[in-house]
Design a protein around this ligand. Structure first.
Ligand code: PEP
Length: 261
């Protein structure tokens, strides 16, 4: 029998919102989640505020099921790394997840397959759940390199993780051309890549591990396109950027992810 994966939806707030807006959005979301019926809110939900607001948002959601994620961290344990956050520091303040290898971090801040792999290792060492982002650019897709690029990113990101750790890791497939552009992969395009990722995890680990890893789709997910995406067999939730800044849209996506599995 196949394992029933719990859908997971995480809102990536990127470098948006003031302190007041961030805490109001977190409180608003908590109220909405509390008002959902059991079947409507079965998804695990997280939010990823900007680093300066992590503690304030964590205080707002304390005691609830809503998890908080950081958007980046160092793979070093401590030391002379000005401007960075250490894995243990994020764990100390109560973060549950860490987004690693987001394409914006790869493009602008030099995150590489190698640094993602080290950070994934460091995340598990302190009990943070990594959300490992992978995805191809438009030119890579046009050149037929999608699977080669994505599977290599997956292999590198997981390479320092044991089977048990891998099973407790989230991987987000985010085609770079679909992030913040309003262009979304079709449900079939997304499913093809998710299926290939799961098959690859099966080769790297085992069928049991591959069955447990949750694979999110990310890239302009909105209430209007979430149903087709979330109903795909290998899509277990979403990493949501823009639409997570609007409580109505995010709630609708959570609802769809909870019910369309
Ligand atoms: C993201 O930042 O991970 C993302 C998917 O953004 P958007 O939903 O805005 O495309």
């Amino acid at each position: 029998m196949t394992y029933k994966r719990r859908p997971v939806v995480v809102g990536n707030w990127k470098m948006n919102l003031s302190l007041t807006e961030a805490t109001e959005l977190a409180r608003g979301l908590l109220e909405r989640l509390a008002s959902l019926g059991e079947g409507e809110s079965s998804a695990e939900v997280g939010i990823a505020p900007s680093t300066p607001f992590l503690s304030a948002v964590i205080n707002c959601v304390e005691g609830s099921d809503l998890g908080v994620s950081a958007q980046h961290m160092s793979h070093h344990r401590s030391g002379a790394f000005t401007g960075e956050s250490a894995p243990s520091q994020l764990a100390d303040i109560g973060c549950r997840y860490i987004i690693l290898g987001h394409s914006e971090r790869r493009q602008y801040y030099g995150e590489t397959n190698e640094s993602v792999s080290l950070a994934a290792r460091a995340a598990h060492d302190v009990g943070l759940t990594p959300i490992l982002c992978v995805g191809e650019t438009l030119s890579q897709r046009d050149d037929g390199e999608t699977l080669a690029v994505v599977l290599k990113q997956v292999e590198e990101a997981f390479k320092l993780l044991s089977a048990e750790e891998a099973a407790h890791t989230i991987c987000a497939y985010e085609p770079v051309w679909a992030i913040g552009t309003g262009r979304t992969a079709t449900p079939e395009q997304a499913q093809d890549v998710h299926y290939a990722i799961r098959q690859h995890l099966k080769e790297l680990y085992s069928e049991q591990v591959a069955d447990r890893v949750r694979l999110q789709y990310g890239g302009s997910v909105k209430p209007g396109n979430a149903t087709g995406l979330m109903s795909q067999a290998d899509i277990d939730g979403a990493l949501v950027g823009g639409a997570s800044l609007d409580v109505d849209s995010f709630q609708t996506i959570i609802h769809i992810a909870s019910t369309d599995q």
